[in-house]
Design a protein around this ligand. Sequence first.
Ligand code: PXG
Length: 445
Amino acid sequence: MPDSDAVAGRGVNTLEPFWMPFTANRQFKSAPRIVVAAQGMHYITDDGRRILDGSAGMWCVNAGHGRERIIAAVREQVGQLDYAPPFQWGHPGAFALASRLSAMLPGDLDHVFFANSGSEAVDTALKIALAYHRQRGEAHRVRLIGRERGYHGAGFGGTSVGGISNNRKQFGTLLGGVDHLRHTHDPARSAFSRGQPESGAERADQLEDIVALHDASTIAAVIVEPVSGSTGVLVPPRGYLERLRQICDRHGILLIFDEVITGFGRLGANFAADHFGIVPDMVVMAKGMTNATVPASAVAVRKEIYDTFMQGPSNTIELFHGYTYSAHPLACAAGLATLDIFAEESLTERARALAPVWEDALHSLRSLDHVVDIRNLGLMGAVEVAPREGAPGARAFDIFLECFELGLMLRQTGDVLALSPPLVVTEEQIGSIVDMLGTAIENAD
Ligand code: PXG
């Protein structure tokens, strides 16, 4: 048990008042894992141990920890302009970051709306989809389609289109008019696929069934993670996303890619949209955008969507939506500095070059006891273990705890251990990640 004063850094404190998110509070507080510093590829715990970051924090610190350039940019910005109202006022960083992002994005995804978290950006994208159709005289397009095992944050919109029953069942009926595609995970046919599974593209055709059931004229948008992250790195079968794009085009349905995890180099391309060669109608981004130094997120929309709103008298507010902290100056400064680091260090190309090393390293765990599947794409990866009889998730949680003891941070979800190291990871560190995970799996009963 750490000294709780030390945890707080000052004054009297206990672990009790902080109601921790998505955490077993009583279990955690009886044996806390406290980190007090981070640099490069490592966290430091309150008892001075170095923990190798196998998950980029929570899929977000893509350029590694403690980047001087970002720290300096934020420090300078807070001294120069601490805050600027984003409604009816502007500041240079907001326009600069939107321009940089729009230049990075594929196709005509060239307008950017800022928010502060992935959840806010998802809700923003869903609201834009509804408002867009209404603006075009198709106010009957109100249905939103998500996918099983999708995670789109914790807002009411994101929870509704999300497909994780634990996240939904405590919160009533959520948004009406939402339907879900089946997930794409098919271990019987695709276990141990390297990269994209060969089979399963036909699962996209379920969208045609949903269209047939509800009629296309009632459907506003489909939202998917190009690669599902939170539910254990579910890589889409070859051709699946292409088919979703075609079906959406056929029926006038907007396709939203939630790239909160897959954006900013994670797949060895700026965005998954680039990796898969598909231009969605909107891209949701967050996490890696500021290297997680300052909370920030955004929705990029295609030109046609933006233009649809830019009509009527010029003194009309076109979209009644936004946040006090949209385009916060500190977030914009951190975002611009992050993009500078990506450009100067070719981090995206680095991720692409490392992806085959990452794939080989992860798949070397295949023969270990309990391992039932290994999945990877870019610098995302997952190792799934068989559930313990009557105790789903327990074995993977033990492995997660053992990794912490060995000096590795990763994510555990159900019986999946998920990995997404910062893109600055070295080949040697990839070896260490896999060694520690392998040892933890071997030690698990
Ligand atoms: N969309 C996606 C695809 C995400 O992964 C969100 C939206 C929501 O972002 P915010 O910033 O509101 O949390 C996310 C968040 C995990 C894990 O370990 C993943 C997320 C959050 C917490 C844990 O799988 N992703």
